[in-house]
Ligand binder design. Structure first.
Ligand code: 3AM
Length: 192
């Protein structure tokens, strides 16, 4: 539980039903692998692309952050996001997470930079770690023995239009996190 008065939050892209379907099919492709039973799979409704994890923050910070996000995210043009490939994070040798990658990091990285600028402007700490866009499919309960091989396992190259970013609250639960939406901010349409 976060300390009194705080909430655990992150900024993300909510994914489309078509992307959820493609992720479910990709998960099916992994079911026969020896380590598949060691993975806690993310429920479809919880799938998203995390732009910035915030940790435990004050409600007042969230209010200020949404204000900053509204200004900065509006300057990022709406873009298409396509799935490509399955990856193990942080590496195939020591995987903690199985995820779908995205094709063309540039637009989503631009959005993540705008989010980062908003976090700092709202009074948050700067993020040191490099942004690596992915959509988590599942997390290892215990690390598999040896390197895992995802060769030949695919995810359909589905595309969605990214029109907004969301600020989500995360409540941890032994049955999986519960996410709720604290705010939504629109990307720019190029029309003033
Ligand atoms: O959906 P993904 O996996 O990309 O891994 C967590 C998840 O991202 C990440 O925040 C998202 C919502 O829970 N996360 C959780 N704890 C974290 C931490 N301490 C974290 N990211 C960085 N540091």
């Amino acid at each position: 539980m976060p300390p009194d008065g705080k909430l655990r939050a992150f900024v993300a892209i909510d994914v489309s039903p078509e992307i959820r379907d493609a992720l479910a099919a990709a998960r099916g492709e992994l079911a026969d692998l020896p380590w598949a039973g060691d993975v806690r799979w993310v429920r479809a409704e919880n799938q998203h692309l995390t732009l910035r994890f915030l940790g435990d923050v004050e409600r007042s910070f969230c209010v200020e952050l949404v204000r900053e996000l509204e200004r900065r995210v509006a300057e990022v043009p709406v873009f298409d996001l396509s799935l490509v490939g399955l990856v193990a994070f942080p590496s195939a040798r020591r995987p903690r997470v199985i995820a779908a990658g995205v094709e063309d990091d540039a637009p989503v990285t631009q959005l993540a930079r705008a989010v980062e600028a908003a976090v700092v402007a709202a009074g948050g700490e700067a993020e040191e770690r490099r942004f690596r866009p992915h959509i988590t499919l599942g997390r290892f309960r215990k690390p598999p023995r040896g390197k895992i091989d995802l060769a030949g396992r695919e995810v359909a190259p589905v595309t969605m239009s990214v029109c907004e970013a969301v600020l989500l609250r995360s409540e941890l639960d032994p049955n999986g996190a519960k996410y709720s939406t604290l705010g939504r901010v629109a990307l720019g349409t190029g029309v003033d």
